[in-house]
Design a protein around this ligand. Structure first.
Ligand code: MN
Length: 232
């Protein structure tokens, strides 16, 4: 056994629907502004004919399972929910064509890209990285991954989120500006995608703040549900 000065951190593991086996998470990529209505509410229009998708990353240790109860995070007064369709990569690929992109998919999950919006916007205004707004403890919520063998390739379906039972986000994943094929092909130009990579594909419009005591429930048609409770 390797002699380390402190215990090696436990790997991030995601649940797989209907399986005892776990999905070891290698990296978490997130797509920014991937629904027009959300880009508009953030005050930045997207012109697909002139732009490429962009990404930020979250460390795998930000991952927590659906159903968790967490403390309201530090250093924010505007903690936002972002409901997202998550793609789990099961095969390596580099410079993958759109035609072959779906072969890399292991499965899909419902997820939340929880965001300290005040810190993200402050970073955006000052042209600094978004890490403090995005890449923080317990900020990546993930439901069990549903293998593509069960769902088939998914490119449409309702995506919804409610806070305390009141609907806040309601859209369809067919409204993604860059769809899953396009994202995998594009992202794989910049990274050698690996089994264990997760891609949070972006949130639809309706993002908003949650406060202590709130319960978030989200769903993606044909994929599953995700839940998060903010402790009092
Ligand atoms: Mn997001």
């Amino acid at each position: 056994m390797t002699n380390t000065i402190f215990p090696i951190p436990a790997p991030a593991l995601a649940d797989i629907e209907g399986s005892e086996q776990k999905f070891p998470v290698y990296r978490i990529f997130c797509v920014g502004r991937n629904y027009h209505a959300h880009a508009a509410e953030m005050g930045v229009a997207v012109d697909k004919s002139k732009e490429e998708p962009f990404y930020f990353t979250k460390h795998p240790d930000t991952l927590i399972p659906s159903g968790s109860e967490i403390q309201y995070p530090p250093q924010t007064a505007n903690y936002h929910h972002e409901m997202e369709f998550v793609v789990a990569i099961g095969k390596a690929g580099f410079e993958v064509s759109e035609d072959k992109a779906e072969e890399l998919i292991f499965g899909y999950a419902a997820g939340l890209d929880m965001t300290r919006r005040d810190l993200q916007l402050k970073a955006r205004e000052t042209r600094r990285p978004w890490d403090l707004g995005k890449d923080f403890e317990e900020s990546s919520v993930l439901a069990p991954i549903v293998p593509v063998a069960k769902t088939g390739i998914v490119n449409s379906g309702k995506i919804e989120l409610a806070v305390n039972g009141e609907t806040r986000q309601s859209s369809d994943i067919e409204r993604l500006i860059w769809n899953v094929r396009e994202i995998i092909a594009h992202l794989s130009k910049f990274y050698h995608l690996q089994p264990g990579d997760l891609i949070y594909t972006g949130t639809p419009d309706g993002v908003g703040a949650v406060v202590p005591g709130d319960r978030i429930t989200g769903s993606i048609e044909g994929i599953g549900n995700v839940e998060l409770k903010i402790a009092n």
